[in-house]
Design a protein. Structure first.
Length: 360
């Protein structure tokens, strides 16, 4: 979420004096540039607005309809756990009311009768609140997300948007707009959570191309040139996974040609017997990993099937293992490592030196 500023902060002005209300709106909009501003002319209208919308800041008159409306709004905000900041703007200012307002967690208390320009003071108070909100949005939640990014991706998937408050994910979605709508339905002002995208989409990975931690495979076990099944091709994907385990991890995309064009998994699905679908593909790949790499390495590897250009692509995300992985290849156990942007089998001496240097 971008930082809040004068142009995108959501304000509610609660005022029953028509002339004063018109003056506030004119000055805030035309002189100071506030673009998202709603008004309420009674306590009931204010409650309805608060119930229906999320406001960063509520500017409330202390007296409406001969009642202590400012305090009523403060109470409603606290009772409903609304995170809006309340600024009291009143012509009936008293020391007792001022103390009571701050004890009720008002952001500010401003007298309409003060010396100077009270609307300028109001503007400065709003700016202070914006600065505070932006500072809070750069708090330890960002650090927590960074430290737990692998777990978050495992839990919520690559290329997902998460909303985090106090080191907890309160909502998530594949599309940022959907996440924002969820937060609105939860009555959570968008200033409160950290909204962040985790991981990259398949399209973003393909656009960057292959490299040290990314490799593409057209298929798992379908020979494109011969237009037929070829189970020996399985080893190409498994070697890459083993090499990522033995290095710093990486991402394997199955269903993508070397040049980045989408081939898809339809041909691989056709070889899966009674389960020619996503579930069957994941089951087959899991079985191959358990048989050839070892079940103890399965928890370092996650699958996600994404649709791109109306074709399925399997994203295999591999974490670095905490011990060497030897692949049960044709002819015996073999050790593969990622050297630059290539996967290479190491001989006994090379494997010994690599293992000693990498893990010890």
């Amino acid at each position: 979420m971008s930082d809040l500023n004068t142009s995108n902060i959501e304000l509610l002005v609660v005022e029953d004096n028509p002339r004063y209300l018109a003056m506030i709106i004119e000055i805030l909009q035309e002189d100071y540039g506030y673009q998202h501003l709603e008004v309420a002319r009674s306590e009931g209208e204010a409650e309805a607005k608060i119930e229906q919308n999320q406001f960063h800041i509520i500017i409330a008159d202390m007296r409406l309809e001969n009642s202590d409306s400012g305090f009523t709004i403060l109470e409603k905000v606290e009772q409903r756990n609304i995170t809006s900041f309340v600024i009291i703007l009143t012509a009936n200012d008293t020391v007792a009311d001022c103390r009571k307002a701050f004890k009720a967690s008002a952001w500010d208390y401003i007298s309409k009768n003060m010396r100077g320009n009270p609307i300028e003071t109001l503007h400065n108070s709003i700016q202070s609140a914006i600065a505070y909100l932006n500072q809070r949005n750069a708090n330890n939640d960002n650090i927590w997300i960074t430290e737990n990014i692998s777990t978050l991706i495992d839990t919520y998937g690559n290329s997902s948007y998460i909303g985090v408050i106090n080191k907890a994910v309160i909502s998530h979605a594949k599309v940022e707009e959907d996440l924002i709508n969820q937060l609105r339905n939860l009555k959570i002002p968008l200033s409160l959570p950290i909204i962040q995208k985790i991981g990259d989409s398949v399209a973003e990975i393909i656009e960057r191309g292959e490299g040290g931690i990314v490799e593409f495979k057209s298929t798992l076990q379908w020979d494109i040139r011969q237009n037929q099944a070829n189970t020996h091709l399985r080893f190409a994907s498994l070697k890459t996974i083993a090499a990522f385990l033995n290095a710093s991890g990486g991402t394997l995309l199955i269903g993508v040609k070397d040049e980045g064009t989408i081939f898809g998994l339809e041909k691989d699905y056709s070889l899966l017997g009674s389960r020619p679908n996503r579930d069957g593909f994941e089951q087959k790949l899991t079985s191959l990993i358990n048989d050839r790499l070892g079940a103890s390495f399965a928890h370092y590897i996650t699958f996600q099937l994404d649709e791109i250009e109306e074709k399925d692509v399997c994203r295999v995300t591999v974490k670095p293992a905490n011990e060497p992985c030897f692949m049960n290849d044709q002819g015996g156990k073999k050790f593969y490592a990622r050297l630059g942007s290539t996967t290479r089998q190491l001989d006994v001496e090379e494997a010994y030196r690599y293992i000693r240097g990498h893990w010890e």
